[in-house]
Design a protein around this ligand. Structure first.
Ligand code: GLN
Length: 191
């Protein structure tokens, strides 16, 4: 199994280390062709507008969308969540639209207002330290979307079939449980 990490922009190295800590091989994806070398993809935190713009320019946007619609597992954190969302409230721009959520960018405040909070996650036995950095807030979600964790009445971890998102950054902790959860999704897909 090889898990891809989108190296277009953002904190992809931290995700790479998390997956490697689990003893699983990683590959940094930078072209549409790279997608054929991996069994799943993580889209990191960073700057969603830049990510979307570059992905479109190099043809990764369309190639990835097509694969996700055919069951390819993806996990987006923070900016990655925005890239995968169906609707971005501020300011509207085309995103991959593969998870039925409406998001508001930077809704938890500015960079100086970044914070962390222990949250309960469905199926996890102990709380998870969630780090929020200029995080997007999920304002609405469709029926097909499973909410796995909440903070102040807004979901912060969600899944729709092969698409997993968190508005926080597990790659900045040493808690690998969410990455393990994603690895399980990739295993299922490979079967
Ligand atoms: N505010 C960023 C955006 O809108 C996301 C922040 C992050 O990924 N830490 O793209």
């Amino acid at each position: 199994m090889v898990i891809g990490v989108s190296g277009i922009q953002g904190d992809f190295r931290e995700h790479k280390w998390m997956i490697e800590k689990l003893g699983i091989q990683t590959y940094v994806v930078r072209t549409p062709e790279d997608l054929e070398k991996v069994d799943g993809l993580i889209i990191p935190g960073g700057e969603s507008t830049t990510m979307i713009r570059i992905m479109k320019r190099i043809g990764l946007f369309d190639a990835l969308k097509e694969k996700i619609l055919n069951g390819f597992p993806v996990y987006g954190t923070c900016a990655g969540l925005i890239v995968l969302a169906k609707e971005i409230e501020n300011y509207p721009q085309e995103s991959l639209g593969v998870i039925d959520i409406k998001v508001r960018r930077n809704a938890y405040g500015r960079q100086v207002d970044s914070f962390d909070e222990f949250i309960e996650i469905k199926g996890f036995d102990k709380p998870f330290k969630a780090i929020f950095i200029r995080a997007p807030r999920v304002e609405a979600w469709g029926e097909g979307v499973e909410t796995l964790a909440f903070l102040d009445n807004h979901p912060v971890m969600l899944r729709q079939n092969n698409v997993l998102v968190t508005s926080f950054h597990p790659e900045l902790t040493d808690d690998t449980r969410i990455h393990e959860y994603f690895v399980e999704m990739v295993k299922e897909y490979k079967k």
